[in-house]
Design a binder for this molecule. Sequence first.
Ligand code: G3P
Ligand code: MG
Length: 286
Amino acid sequence: PERSPTLAYPRLIAHRGGGAGFVGLAPENTLAGLAAAHAAGYRGVEFDVMLSADGIPFLHHDDTLERTTSGKGPIAAASAAVLDRLDAGRWRDPAYAGEALPRLAAALELCLDAGLWINLEIKPTTGRDRATAQAVAATLLARWPTLAGPPSAPNNGGTPGNRSPAADPVSTFAPPPLVVSSFSPAALAEIARLVPALPRALLVGALPRDGLAQCRALGCCGLHLDATYLDRRTLAALRTAAPDLRLAAYTVNDPARMAELFAAGIDALFTDRIDLDPLGLVPATP
Ligand code: G3P
Ligand code: MG
């Protein structure tokens, strides 16, 4: 595929929709989490997207439902109607009981209303890489029809392609500030085919030997790496070899490590600790 348009990243991104793993914070991958990230002053969020048995995209991280919902078994075996009835909040705190497992469409609306930048991670269950990408593409195209245009069309806020502004609601013209990422090259290739105008990023653990070649082959504008394996030398080498590539690292909850990675040249960091703003990067909410 052609290289995807690029997108500016916020410096700090709320991981798993703004709630993960810490007592007192909202549950991960929920609307409450997204709202909490926004309330904490975050401008960007990352969340994970998986498919129900009947092909509806939901925000969810694990292959199975037990850890973060009142459901049981693989998410891929549950229908959307069943998933809609689950409690995705009580496991974190009784205060969040009744929090829904959100559909992707609902999360997008919240982010749009709040003006949140989005990193949508496609996290396919085994064998559903292309199907998950197709469902995500369909959801995004339904919300933003102008994304169906050529890659040069409106992703950086330019004039929309060949449509008359009078013919569509204004909201369909606003390019979503959204980058799709995945560990799955097959999912990214499918997104590139279906929505070439959407910025794409490859997710990796440690940088593979052919990491940059994979990015180029998939036309990615970003590379998201596991911070555990990142050092100054690797970052410098990436910067030199691919100056235009956005580099982001997950998941950094330690302020000292954040400072180190920013000093070493990382563009953005994913963090669970939306209750912290050690670097003063998050603008105060008005
Ligand atoms: O997108 C970065 C990060 O979320 C990848 O790890 O397992 O939390 O989805 P995970
Ligand atoms: Mg993720």
